[in-house]
Structures are given as structure tokens and as C-alpha cells.
Design a protein around this ligand. Structure first.
Ligand code: AMP
Ligand code: MG
Length: 639
């Protein structure tokens, strides 16, 4: 039996959880995830399963825990780590329990293994990590021994001893450990056991962060040349991580066909009939038996009847007989070919002369089931129903379809400088334009929009808006406040209300992005915190929110990229994806060509209205020469 299968992991995120003030430590954004998510990620590979001990913000911890339990203290009064240990031991389904605190995201990946080896060798009840540390004030003094009781592996059977210890009113970990046989394990890397105690610690570590870890994903070192920000996440990776976490809404509704335009099909459309239902003519002409066609010279056929669409001719032509037939009319019995009327050598009353080679036997027939076979999939679930789809479904005689329910998306703008239309534009203020672009983009996507207006840069107002949005919507789109600017409270509040990660993306425009789940007692919603700059809002909406929302809608709608020739040189730095605004047209030689719109600043919306496409300059791509082909995404496909 492997060690891993014998160990349950316990993340200690309990106590009052207020060491950073109002902010719950474990839920702090850190390197693209939350602190607790990082701890989860280091612990998970070492144990059979993980539980989290927490006393506040349980829904947010649950979001990180996934299927695993979040366990509040069993005893009252926020009794510290031992209370967490107690509930952890009560829960522990395996022989051993390994603890790690929620604010230490760097501990060794062989922690369980090394603690266990010592515990087994010494026949101990538990093993604890120890490091040697230097006093930073006295660098020349001898190093001292630093125990790390929160990094311990113990037998689940020590629970009665812990209960007895807690009954005495004592609360200190070290005190409890004195009642047990403890093995100490010396680790070389003291920094690995370091914890993050203050927001300053957090920010210092964030700045030195070499990697980006996504929630519920394995560590992904951001690839990229040296000159790029190594901590920035490549856009493809970000898109993948987002889509991986999001699942389609389950609810469906049945709608009459005419109400289903632009909705996502919830179940395959199975054809109940053959389409066409019967062999019919593709031309106006004469239906006959191919075997009667002349091998050479000519042959004359007698017309014995007429078949119209909707009015079949049931007579079967005999040798050198034919039936006058109209497009769409059922092929008369015995016939297998149709001579288009314009190919007849001569038509005289009810006789038709046909030359050799005028017609191939079997020609100009539409066979039953050639478009769709009865029982076959006519349209697969996930299709966004376009006009052609409505037509196809109608051709099967199906009057109503099952579609996913509409996605509810709440959105608001943040910023003290924003003025609503109709207000005076005071000095230093701008009209809120993002809400209008967002409204347009969401409506075009077929979402039900919930406009929550402009929210001031004020923690209470932001919290209220996010709560309202999470209660009402499936997804929340905000603009502004996700960069590291001083007035950007959005970051803290988002982190407080959910498992929200702040990503630095290797892209331009639109570097910052917040993504995660906001949870309240009433409900939860996926949050996309877009940057504030108007062009960045649109680009990051199209590149990240759009695919995610489509996935939530249960829709498949991959964007098509086309190639066009750059009419001018384009500067591009490798190591980030750049989305430039362009105008595609057809060149003199018939090849698509693209030129950039004027100023490309991320606040310059006129570049967006002038453009008809986005020029995609990929992560690894460098400067583009005039005449080189580049990828473009047409706005017509996006909107
Ligand atoms: P922020 O990300 O909040 O720092 O905003 C970045 C820039 O975008 C600032 O110049 C803001 O004034 C501008 N901005 C933010 N939100 C909006 C909005 N809703 N409409 C227009 N401009 C905005
Ligand atoms: Mg702002």
C-alpha cells in the first residue's frame, strides 16, 4: 500500500482567520490563484485526499476544496490550530493525517514521505518538520532550531489524547505534542516553511513570483523569452484554464422553432425522416430508364404522363417511354435518370429524341436520404442555431427544439471618475462607455443582461454590487479596478467574496484580468474582472469572457482566424500576444490584405469603431514585415 493512500491532508485555515484584518488570509490572491489554492496544490500530490479547516467564508473555501470537505472547528471559541487538528482527526478516513497551514505555499513536495520515514523508523506517534534558522538581527550568531508544529504527520489514533488535552483548557500545539512520542525531521530549506503573515509579505512574494499557478491546475511556468515578464500568463493558457473550470448551465427549455434563433441547442436533432423523403428530380425534364438510352445515334421516347412537385405520376414507363417531370417531383416507378429538357435533341408533341451521350444513366436525381438519413444526427447539441439550422429543422417537420436556458450576465463599471450619460462632465471625469460596449457584446452573444450601473471605488459599494450580481446572475463582468493602482479596491473585495485569482496576462492591450467564483449565501457566479481601458475591455471580453460565456451557454462557436497580407510593417515584441485593430480589404491581386487603424492606444475607442478586424500577433511572433501574412479575426465573426 502506497504511503499516499494512507495519508489525509488537512489545510489549517481556521482560527478567526483575521490576522490580515478584515481579509481572510487563505483567500488572498497570490500568483494567479489564492494562497489556500497553492497549499492545496502542494499537498494534494502527497496525500489520498485533502480537507480544509476553516471557520469563515466557507463557500469560498469550498470552491477551492471542490469535492473535498471544509470542516469548521468542533469546539467553540476559535481555539487555534489544535481545534482544527481535532476536527481533522475526527474526520480523518485514513491511518495518518498531514497538516499544512493555509499561508505557507512553498513547503517541500516530499514532506509526507520524509516525515513518515522518521516516524516509522522511531516508532513515533507523529513527526514534525524542523529547520535551522538565523536571527536576521544577529547574522553572526549560531543558527537556532525552529520547529514547525503546523507541518506535522500524525497517527489518526492520537485523537483521544488531543481531546483530553483540549479538555484541560490548554491550547498550544507544542504543549500537546509533549504528550506524544514525536520524531523531528530536519529540513535544509528554511524558506520552504516560511509563511505569509501580512499583506506586505504577500506583495513581496508576489513580486518575486517566478511562476503562475492556476486554481486546480498544475503549476505552469509561463514560457517566453527573457525580455518578457516571466510571471505573465500566456493567453492560450489563460483561456484553457478558464474554460476548464467552467461548465455549461444545465437547465434547458423547449421553444417553438421561430423563438430559437441564436440559442444553443441542448440535444442532438435526430432526423425522424429521410431527407429528401423520396427520390426526386433535380431538373425540369424527362424521367426515364437509363438502360433505354441509346449507345449511339439517337432514340425517341414517348411521353406517357407528367409529374409535378406534390403531384406524382404513378405510371411506370416501359421501354422507350418517359414521363415529363418538374424539379422536386417524385421519380416515377422504374425510372433512374432525368434528361434536362434543354438537352433533348428534339421535342415534338409527346415524343422526345435523345442523342447518345446526352445523359449519363442515373443523372439528375436526388436520392431519398441523400441530405439526411432517418435516425441520423441532423444537428449536434451545442450548435448555436443560425438561420440555416432553423430551415433544416423545419425540413424535418420538427416544430420545437430543446435549447439551454439563456445565460444571465450582470455587469457594471467601476471608477470614481465615471459619469453617466446625461450628467455634467466635471474636470477629470469621463463618460462611462464600457457599460455600453459590454451591453452590446453581451446582447449579441444572446445573454440576458443585468445592468448594475456605475459603482464607485468604494469597498462597501463594490461588495454590495458583487453580492447583488452573484445573487442574480450566472456570470459577472466588471470593468476597471483590477490593476494594481491605489484606488483599485475591487481586487480585495473580489478576493474577499470568492475564490478569485488575479492574472497578469502576457497580452496587449488588457494585461490584468480577474477570474474566479464569487459566492454569497444566495448564489454564486463566475466573475470576469476586465481592465478599465475601453479597448482593453473589448479585447479581453472577446478573448476570454466570450469563449467562457459560450461554454456556459453550452455552445460551440470557435472563432475562425483568416490570413491577410500586412500592407505595412508592424512592430511586435515576442513573449506576449498583441491584438491590434485592423481594416481588412481585398488587394488588387485578390488576396486579403490588412492595414492597422491609426492610434492603437488601449483607451482609443475610435480605433475599434474604424476597424473591421483584430490582427492577432501571436505570443512568440516578432516584428512583421510589410507583405508578410498575419492572422486576423473578423468582427463579423465575433459579433
Ligand atoms: P482602471 O483599470 O480602473 O485603472 O481604469 C483604466 C482606465 O480606463 C482609466 O483611464 C479609466 O478612466 C478608464 N476607464 C475605466 N472604466 C471606464 C469606463 N467604464 N468607461 C470609460 N473609461 C473607463
Ligand atoms: Mg478605476
Amino acid at each position: 500500500m502506497s504511503l499516499k493512500s494512507k495519508v489525509t491532508g488537512l489545510i489549517l485555515a481556521g482560527g478567526r482567520g483575521t490576522r490580515m484584518g478584515r481579509v481572510d488570509k487563505g483567500l488572498q490572491p497570490f500568483r494567479g490563484a489564492t494562497l489556500v489554492a497553492h497549499v492545496m496544490e502542494r499537498l494534494s500530490p502527497q496525500v489520498a485526499s485533502v480537507a480544509i479547516n476553516a471557520n469563515r467564508n466557507l463557500p469560498q473555501y469550498q470552491a477551492v476544496a471542490g469535492e473535498s470537505p471544509v470542516l469548521p472547528d468542533f469546539i467553540d471559541g476559535f481555539a487555534g490550530p489544535l481545534a482544527g487538528l481535532q476536527i481533522g482527526l475526527q474526520f480523518c478516513p485514513t491511518e495518518l493525517l498531514l497538516t499544512a497551514p493555509c499561508d505557507s505555499p512553498f513547503f517541500p513536495l516530499d514532506l509526507a514521505e520524509r516525515l513518515y520515514a522518521a516516524m516509522a523508523a522511531q516508532g513515533a506517534d507523529m513527526a514534525m518538520a524542523v529547520t535551522m534558522e538565523h536571527d536576521p538581527e544577529q547574522p553572526d550568531a549560531a543558527p537556532f532550531r525552529q520547529p514547525h508544529p503546523v507541518f506535522s504527520l500524525m497517527k489518526a489514533s492520537v485523537l483521544p489524547q488531543l481531546d483530553a488535552y483540549l479538555d484541560t483548557g490548554a491550547r498550544r500545539m507544542e504543549g500537546f505534542f509533549k504528550t506524544l512520542k514525536v520524531a523531528e525531521v530536519m529540513f535544509d530549506d528554511a524558506a520552504a516553511f516560511g509563511n505569509i503573515n501580512t499583506l506586505e509579505d504577500l506583495h513581496r512574494h508576489e513580486r518575486t513570483a517566478p511562476t503562475v499557478v492556476a486554481p486546480h491546475a498544475t503549476a505552469t511556468a509561463a514560457a517566453g523569452p527573457r525580455d518578457a515578464d516571466p510571471a505573465a500568463l500566456p493567453v492560450d493558457e489563460a483561456r484553457r484554464l478558464i474554460c476548464e473550470r467552467i461548465a455549461p448551465v444545465e437547465a434547458t427549455e423547449t421553444l417553438p422553432l421561430l423563438a430559437a434563433l441564436d440559442r444553443a441547442l441542448a440535444a442532438d436533432i435526430i432526423s425522424p425522416i429521410n431527407v429528401p423523403a423520396y427520390d426526386n428530380s433535380a431538373m425540369d425534364g424527362y424521367a426515364l430508364r437509363g438502360a433505354d438510352l441509346p449507345a449511339q445515334g439517337t432514340a425517341t421516347f414517348k411521353v406517357i404522363g407528367i409529374a409535378y412537385a406534390g403531384h406524382p405520376c404513378t405510371q411506370a414507363p416501359q421501354q422507350n417511354e418517359c414521363v415529363r417531370i418538374m424539379t422536386g417531383a417524385a421519380i416515377p416507378p422504374g425510372c433512374d435518370s432525368v434528361l434536362p429538357q434543354e438537352l433533348a435533341a428534339a421535342i415534338d408533341g409527346d415524343s422526345v429524341t435523345i442523342a447518345a451521350n446526352a445523359l449519363r444513366p442515373g443523372a439528375n436525381l436526388r436520392r431519398a436520404g441523400e441530405d439526411l438519413k432517418a435516425g441520423g444526427i441532423a444537428i449536434a447539441a451545442g450548435k448555436l442555431l443560425r438561420p440555416a439550422d432553423l430551415g433544416l429543422i423545419a425540413s424535418l417537420g420538427i416544430p420545437s427544439v430543446s435549447v439551454r436556458r439563456k445565460l444571465r450576465v450582470a455587469f457594471f463599471s467601476t471608477g470614481d471618475e465615471l459619469r453617466s450619460l446625461g450628467d455634467e462632465l466635471d474636470t477629470g471625469c469621463v463618460y462611462d462607455s464600457n457599460r455600453y460596449t459590454l451591453f452590446g457584446m453581451l446582447t449579441r452573444l444572446g445573454c440576458e443582461v443585468i445592468d448594475l450601473g456605475v459603482v464607485r471605488d468604494d469597498p462597501q459599494a463594490l461588495e454590495a454590487a458583487l453580492r447583488e450580481a452573484a445573487d442574480k446572475a450566472d456570470a459577472i463582468i466588471t470593468s476597471g479596478g483590477v490593476s494594481e493602482g491605489a484606488a483599485d479596491y475591487t481586487r480585495d473585495i473580489m478576493a474577499l467574496l470568492g475564490d478569485v485569482a488575479f492574472w497578469k496576462l502576457a497580452m496587449r492591450p488588457g494585461r490584468p484580468l480577474a477570474f474566479g467564483k464569487v459566492q454569497t449565501e444566495q448564489g454564486s457566479a463566475w466573475l470576469f474582472g476586465l481592465p478599465g481601458n475601453p479597448v482593453a475591455v473589448m479585447v479581453s471580453f472577446y478573448m476570454f469572457a466570450r469563449p467562457a460565456l459560450l461554454r456556459m451557454m453550452g455552445a460551440e462557436a470557435k472563432l475562425q482566424t483568416l490570413q491577410a497580407r500586412a500592407t505595412e510593417a508592424i512592430r511586435k515584441r515576442p513573449g506576449r500576444t498583441e491584438y491590434q485593430r485592423g481594416i481588412v480589404s481585398t488587394g488588387a491581386d485578390g488576396v486579403a490584405q490588412v492595414r492597422l487603424t491609426g492610434a492603437q492606444g488601449s483607451g482609443i475607442l475610435s480605433s475599434m469603431t474604424e476597424a473591421n478586424c483584430i490582427v492577432v500577433l501571436h505570443h512568440a511572433q516578432a516584428n512583421v514585415d510589410a507583405g508578410q501574412m498575419v492572422d486576423v479575426m473578423l468582427f463579423d465573426g465575433l459579433t
